[in-house]
Design a protein around this ligand. Structure first.
Ligand SMILES: [Zn+2]
Length: 792
């Protein structure tokens, strides 16, 4: 109404006289900033074995990686005993007070709803102490030394364990720290986080709490990301930014991590008396938990980064007064060009509201200055939803199409060589954005579209500030920078250089803030959720629209052939990006083929009922690979036969019964008082096994309480026939004693015992995998379970 009619030529933030030069200059600045961003989150060069003795050397640490990960060493195995002896010997060799905590420990948090039932393990943690000179508290360096059953854990977690050994060595060469430093190498992390839980709950050194630095690896390469902190982290984050030489961490990661199914030992230190930081490298996830997680696949740069940070933090926490580590609030923090920026979390919402108001004011000003109308601003805002929705949707469809061509990807966390696929998703997002922009630029106008982008960034900022505060900075700060640049552009001569400078600076802010999540989300979530990275890429694109506009010919003003030519030029970026997306997807398919070095993952288990002689092959694959197809057909219910496997339905097929014994169940005592019966039994595996389970048929008795190896376990009833169960990892050869207090329903109480070992090569009918067929990285791959029901 109030705004005068405008010519399209007037609608941009900028109208440089030398448009091509401005475009090239702005792009050059953004590319340089992007290069700086990528350098800031890259790994350092690994240091050689002759690095100064006070430094962390990846080459020295790697020698320990090779010993630790020489073979699979699941908790309870002889191989794990050998690893433990090496760790104890190494730490004692450094002159540290070293002991083994041998205990039965429950799962972290005692999750009775865990697969199969209440979970415990026999654990043997290696604990060494470097006494401080004048301690104000304890610093715990934590990693797990056990591996999964399917692979040697070359990265997971020989990386963390070898890092701690090298940090311990470096710390013992210099002056002793003021605080106690305790090295905690935990057992049975893979099974149930039981080692860490047992240490945190029961070990005398853990009694008063302290600072925990947990080191992990969920892949083989990439930067070490500090992805989780304890609550009220402001002081911790400040120290992390100051003392870690490569402080890559973001408050957004915590929110992402909580949405993922992974868990680490850090969970076990959830008690308020502990504060701490959790770090891991996560790229190269294809090998995670598989036989391919061997030392040779480790990126020594990632190991160096782990070590540099762990040593820097151990030294700093070693000298800090640990009495006042808890600030009263959480920080927002993110990596900026090799450093870390942080601000108090309580600023999140005010900043988000400020950004929203600033963008609103910009819209008002644009209208007043005649650069946009109420109609075009509304159109810009509404139509911006198109790329925000289409790019992630398209990325998801793209990956669905690629997994249709290559179904083996379904069981992989990430492809073996994902780079071309990741770039294809980014190119696709760019194509969507450029195409959208080219189509609307003349009709809606550059200023109104830029406003639309900033407005959505600001709106997301407010939504995030409320729901996911640690991630709000991602959109709030680019929106704020964009609005300020808009004000600056409007305040200066439009044909001078300053508007271009202003929008380029704002775009640089967006690149600094949004490029790291685009890069890091791909390995964090895998290609199956590449849509999330595509969304962030589009948000980045929206924040840099005024620079994108410079790639186009001047908006409006031309007629006839000139206008046609301008339109064609405007379509160029979109066409180039679309072509790049197609080519890169093709390159991905060509480069990342399955072969002997990069096998297609398959999942197979064998389960035998020693009582009935019935046996089955089982697989968790949704669409079985040809190799797996030779064993399994349709879905079968296993809830009644193998409650200890923790699944209710899997793919199954008939198998020959192997001459294997079920765990033996001995009734040690049986007493009745009133309606209650107390059964004391011993369950003893008859072969070398990794886990043991015991379930009670709750249609024959109600379980009132239960004790396993002297520890009380929760008895919340579960679903199905076997309503009560316990899972015991790494059982000792002499078996596990279980006491059940129950109310029988008249008649015998039905109890089912199962144990499981690893490796199927001895099973009749098993044919070794051909070259190019591998094993899925899971806790149940290659499991051989034997069960039997006992009436008592
Ligand atoms: Zn693991």
């Amino acid at each position: 109404m109030g705004a005068p009619p405008t010519r399209p030529a007037d609608r941009a933030f900028t109208r440089p006289r030398r448009r091509p030069i401005a475009a090239v200059a702005a792009l050059a600045v953004l590319l340089a900033v992007a290069a700086g961003v990528l350098a800031g989150i890259s790994t350092p060069a690994p240091r050689p074995a002759d690095a100064p003795e006070g430094d962390f050397s990846a080459a020295r640490a790697f020698r320990n990686v090779e010993v630790i990960a020489a073979e699979p060493h699941v908790a309870g195995s002889a191989a794990n005993d050998r690893v433990r002896e090496h760790l104890v010997g190494t730490l004692r060799g450094l002159g540290l007070q070293t002991e083994v905590q041998d205990a039965v420990a429950p799962e972290a948090g005692q999750l009775s709803g865990a697969a199969g039932g209440a979970t415990l393990a026999r654990v043997r943690n290696v604990v060494a102490r470097l006494p401080g000179t004048d301690p104000t508290g304890k610093v715990f360096l934590v990693s797990h030394y056990d591996s999964v059953q399917t692979g040697p854990g070359g990265n997971d977690d020989a990386a963390g364990t070898a890092t701690i050994l090298e940090v311990a060595r470096a710390l013992t060469t210099g002056p002793r720290p003021r605080n106690d430093v305790v090295f905690v190498l935990t057992d049975a992390e893979e099974a149930c986080l039981c080692g860490a839980a047992g240490f945190a709950a029961d070990h005398p050194l853990a009694r008063d709490g302290g600072v925990v630095l947990n080191l992990e690896a969920r892949g083989s390469t990439g930067p070490v990301i500090m992805f989780e902190t304890s609550r009220d982290n402001a002081k911790l984050v400040e120290i992390f930014g100051r003392a870690a030489p490569h402080p890559v961490g973001t408050s957004f990661a915590v929110e992402i991590y909580r949405a993922l199914p992974n868990d680490t030992d850090f969970t076990a230190f959830g008690d308020r008396k502990f504060a701490g930081l959790n770090s891991a490298y996560i790229d190269g996830g294809a090998i995670y938990h598989t036989p391919l997680d061997v030392p040779a696949r480790m990126d020594r740069g990632s190991l160096q980064m782990h070590g540099d940070n762990a040593l820097g933090l151990a030294r700093e926490f070693g000298r800090t007064d640990l009495g006042d580590l808890r600030a009263g609030h959480d920080d927002t923090y993110f990596p900026v060009l090799g450093g870390l920026i942080s601000y108090p979390g309580w600023l999140t919402l005010p900043l988000a509201v400020a950004a929203l108001l600033a963008v609103g004011a910009l819209g008002w000003l644009l209208r007043r200055r005649g650069r946009a109308t109420a109609g075009t601003l509304a159109a810009g805002f509404g139509l911006t939803l198109v790329p925000v929705v289409v790019a992630p949707l398209g990325a998801w469809l793209l990956w669905a199409a690629i997994t249709t061509i290559r179904p083996g990807y379904a069981e992989l966390l990430d492809p073996y060589r994902p780079v071309a696929y990741r770039l294809a998703v980014v190119a696709f997002a760019a194509a969507v954005l450029f195409c959208w922009y080219a189509l609307l630029r003349r009709r809606v106008g550059p200023a109104a579209l830029a406003f639309g982008g900033l407005a959505w960034l600001a709106v997301f900022g407010v939504l995030l500030a409320v729901a996911v505060p640690g991630g709000a900075y991602l959109t709030t700060l680019p929106a704020l920078a964009g609005a300020l640049a808009g004000f600056a552009a409007l305040a200066t001569r439009r044909d001078g250089p300053w508007p271009v400078v202003a929008v380029t600076l704002a775009a640089a802010v967006a690149v600094v803030i949004l490029l790291p999540p685009v890069v890091l989300l791909f390995p964090a979530l895998g290609m199956g959720m590449g849509a999330v990275a595509a969304l962030v890429a589009v948000l980045l694109g929206l924040a840099v629209l005024p620079v994108v506009d410079l790639l186009h010919p001047r908006a409006g003003g031309q007629r006839g052939l000139l206008a046609l030519r301008a339109r064609r030029l405007g379509a160029l970026p979109a066409a180039a990006a679309a072509l790049a997306a197609v080519v890169l997807a093709g390159v991905g398919l060509a480069v990342d083929r399955f072969d002997a070095e990069h096998p297609v993952p398959t999942h197979l288990m064998y389960a035998l009922d020693a009582g009935t002689g019935k046996a089955a092959w089982l697989s968790r694959e949704e669409k079985p690979q040809p190799w797996t197809d030779g064993y399994v057909d349709g879905r079968v219910s296993i809830a009644d036969d193998f409650p200890g496997l923790g699944s209710t339905e899997l793919r199954g097929g008939p198998a020959t019964a192997a001459p294997l014994p079920a765990p033996k169940l001995d009734l040690l005592s049986d007493s009745t008082s009133g309606d209650q019966r107390v059964l004391r039994v011993r369950v003893t595996p008859q072969r070398q096994v990794r886990l043991l389970t015991l379930h009670v048929d709750t249609s024959t008795a109600t379980v009132r309480s239960a004790t396993v190896a002297g520890r009380d376990v929760p008895v919340e009833p579960g679903d199905g026939k076997w309503g009560f169960g316990v899972v015991f990892h790494a059982p000792p050869p002499e078996g596990v004693e279980v006491t059940l207090t129950l109310v029988p329903r008249g008649g015998a109480v039905s109890v089912r015992a199962m144990d499981a070992s690893d490796g199927l090569s001895s099973v009749p009918g098993f044919r070794p995998r051909p070259e190019g067929v591998g094993v899925v990285g899971s806790h149940s791959s290659e499991m051989l379970a034997v069960a039997r029901t006992y009436p008592l």
